[in-house]
Write a protein that binds this ligand. Sequence first.
Ligand code: HEM
Length: 137
Amino acid sequence: MKDSDRIERVRSTWAHAAADAGRTGRVFYSNLFRVDPTTKPLFVGDLELQSRKLVQTLTFIVDHLEDADTLMPAAIDLAHAHIKYGVTAEQYGSVGTALIETFRQLLGPSFAAEDQKAWIMTYEGLSSEMVKAAYPG
Ligand code: HEM
């Protein structure tokens, strides 16, 4: 898949999901806690607030997919901040799975196989850099 196609697919999926940010957040966390129950006890704060921050940050990420010089340092800072929340490298995979599941549920058949592929490529690209930076060795 061409980079431009991948980014276009990620953007249009996100435009749908972000239009109902509250619902996206609720569905995402319920998927995450089902996919990987080890993540649940790490969320000690207000989940509504956390959900808003997640949606805002995903919007920032999606808006900067063509601006790696801005995106990557921000993502790496975020990964470092996550160490103190008790997040492990393995849990990045669970977040990816929960995110894809969320799009499937919210968008239904309009979330095409190619859209899913575009998200997997994008999330894996970003999260592998975050994991490499925060959990060296
Ligand atoms: C690209 C991936 C991720 C993004 C964009 C993201 C985004 C965020 C943001 C914006 C915050 C709030 C930070 C703050 O208030 O300073 C946060 C906090 C947090 N994130 Fe993530 N995160 C990601 C991956 C993960 C993963 C893999 C986990 C594993 C379970 C995780 C668990 C948490 C926890 C436990 C908190 C703190 C919640 C609390 O204080 O109750 N995040 N995340």
